[in-house]
Design a binder for this molecule. Structure first.
Ligand code: F6R
Length: 608
């Protein structure tokens, strides 16, 4: 999901540096904060890497000048360690003989790093990846072959990885994957391994897909496959598949737009975010729990995440909090902040000026500042006392989709810990809810798999409507607001959201026959009242679209976006927002708008 990796072995002995650079350019959509290339020539490794975009770095360092007919490359989306020269991949061992590029997260890297340092290894970076070349080095020192050293190293890692290993003494690439993507390309003149097809598509369309747990050895013109878990003999090589995508289609995973690809990536993004280290959650919870007041602040979609956080903290941990739109922060909060106030700012980009401004305002009063962001090293991380990174990977589509889901996932993790340390829930209740939270990625996947087609049909039918009303209650009020924002920003259909109970205080005046009203209606404690709201709208001829797990609501609706039953009330927004994202996407497409680049909007808004 985040970071792009590539390995190239030229069978014909041609030089590979420019091939690697061009491949990285085509993988830039997977990450773009740093770039690095390593090649092997005459028994030594040559490495160039730095922070920044590939074209800039190439202008500065001339990547194509690296010598050799075998090499690896990496385009980074930071998860551990700020974007910087030393943190850029490839990472090497003490003797600069082993270079590794990695995509994924090594969860036990701190323990491994400590052990290696005690045994005399010298580390240069703050990354989780660097433990890998050092571990391989130590196994090679113990007399292992390169492939056995890699395999033994992988056996020690907890977490996720796709790696490619280059060794100064052999014209051989070892690559392996566990829960991160890695595929092989079989060309006439070269073999490739990469995170994704666009990396090598102009050179070959013959793709060999690796299974989770596979390790591949590329040498000469040959590929050998093994299972990481077993040192026994090689497994049978699968037949390459012929791909008929254009490189542009391939960048979007064969999907027509990044937004759709990113909606489909949500199960994985949530799963990754659920892996945020407990210590990180605990530290932020401590900061919030010690405060006299908690204020969540953000803009746009991230503000909707704040609203979710407000309901969640109250319901789960009995904590009252305020949520303030960042551009209103100073006006709304006035001079009331103290050094006992805790601010939790949420921003996927970490660069939104309104949010940074709110933080700076709060800092003047000595308030404690924490942040949730998806971009490592972004400005918000420098303004906050403490921050957590969500793990969605880069989001290219301007409309926030997967970054919203990972924000509310992080809030759910914070809420559970807050509830436990405040004694509102006991440990087994928390564990039970945590278990159910960990099941959410599967449920999101089900919604996408089973419901996408029928949502598209509904969008095709309703995309000509000029106005929509979105209504929800309780913790799904923010879901309604986010659903309406998505629809208006990419399809340019006017959409408004309200708490359903508020609709009778004004918005109901808009309703005339066939006016579309979207209800988010799970079977929670608000159910009977939302049924009442649906009846009020139906009585005026509204066309009802519902996101629900209830047959009763389905029977009252003109269109139903089904979601799975049995999700704990507090987590339903994680599932309920997904059909609304798809509905917005297909409405925009139906109206011939490009959902990836809505007019007048930018991915990060750096003006006040
Ligand atoms: C909506 C959207 C915007 C952003 C807002 C804040 O799809 O993308 O509303 O949510 O501009 O951006 P961040 O989260 O980067 O601070």
């Amino acid at each position: 999901m985040c970071c792009g990796i590539i390995g190239v072995l030229a069978i014909d002995g041609g030089s590979v540096a420019h091939v690697i650079r061009e491949s990285l350019k085509r993988l830039e959509y997977r990450g773009y904060d740093s770039i690095g290339v390593a090649t092997k020539y005459n028994g030594r490794l040559y490495i160039k890497k730095d922070k920044g975009k590939i074209d800039e770095i190439h202008r500065k360092l001339n990547l194509d000048a690296l010598p050799g007919d075998i090499g690896i490359g990496h385009t980074r989306w930071a998860t551990h360690g700020e974007p910087s020269q030393v943190n850029s991949h490839p990472h090497t061992d003490c003797k600069n003989q082993i270079a590794v590029v990695h995509n994924g997260i090594i969860e036990n890297f701190l323990e491994l790093r400590k052990e290696l340092i005690e045994r005399g290894h010298k580390f240069k970076s703050a990354t989780d990846t660097e433990v890998i070349p050092h571990l391989i080095e130590s196994f090679i020192e113990d007399g292992y072959t390169l492939e056995d050293a890699v395999q033994s190293t992988l056996a020690k890692l907890h977490g996720t990885y796709a790696i490619v290993v280059l060794y100064s003494h052999l014209k051989k690439l070892i690559c392996a994957r566990k829960e991160s993507p890695l595929i092989l390309g079989v060309g006439e003149r070269a073999l490739y391994c990469a995170s994704d097809i666009p990396a090598f598509l102009p050179m070959t369309n013959k793709v060999l897909f690796l299974n989770d747990g596979d390790l591949a050895i590329l040498q000469g013109g040959e590929i050998q496959l093994r299972r990481i878990q077993s040192f026994s003999s090689p497994i049978q090589i699968r037949k390459p598949v012929l791909i008929d995508w254009t490189p542009e289609m391939a960048q979007k995973g064969g999907m027509p737009h990044f937004m759709l690809k990113e909606i489909h990536e949500q199960p994985k993004a949530v799963q990754n975010t659920l892996r945020i280290r407990t210590e990180e959650i605990d530290r932020l919870v401590k900061l919030l729990n010690e405060a006299n007041e908690i204020i969540l602040t953000a803009a746009g979609t991230s503000y909707h995440a704040c609203l979710y956080g407000g309901y969640l903290f109250a319901k789960l941990a009995k904590i009252n909090s305020q949520q303030i739109i960042s551009s209103e922060f100073s006006e709304k909060i006035g001079e009331t902040l103290t050094d006992k106030s805790a601010i939790l700012a949420i921003s996927q980009s970490g660069e939104t000026s309104d949010t940074l401004n709110a933080i700076n305002y709060a800092r003047n009063y000595g308030a404690k500042i924490s942040a949730i962001t998806n971009v490592v090293g972004s400005s918000i991380t420098r303004s906050a006392d403490y921050f957590i990174y969500t793990l969605a990977g880069p989001e290219i589509g301007v409309a926030a989709t997967k970054t919203f889901l990972v924000q509310i996932t992080t809030l759910a993790l914070l809420g559970l810990t807050l509830a436990e340390i405040r004694g509102i829930l006991n440990n087994s209740e928390v564990q039970d809810l945590r278990q159910q939270l960990f099941n959410i990625p599967k449920l999101i996947e089900q919604v996408i798999e089973k419901r996408e087609d029928s949502i598209k049909v509904t969008a095709d039918l309703l995309a000509h409507k000029p106005n929509f009303l979105f209504l929800g209650r309780g913790i799904n009020t923010p879901t309604a607001m986010e659903g309406a924002l998505k629809l208006k920003e990419i399809s340019y259909i006017h959409a408004e959201a309200y708490p359903a109970g508020e609709s009778k205080h004004g918005p109901i005046a808009l309703i005339e026959p066939d006016f579309p009203v979207v209800f988010i209606a799970p079977q929670d404690n608000t159910f009977d009242r939302i049924v009442g709201n649906i009846m009020e709208m139906k009585a005026r001829g509204a066309r009802i679209i519902s996101v629900t797990d209830s047959r009763k609501i389905h029977d009252l609706s003109d269109h139903t976006f089904w979601v799975p039953k049995g999700v704990p009330d507090i987590f339903t927004p994680l599932v309920n927002i997904v059909p609304l994202q798809l509905f917005s996407y297909y409405s925009a497409v139906r109206r011939n708008h490009n959902p990836d680049k809505p007019r007048n909007l930018a991915k990060s808004v750096t003006v006040l």
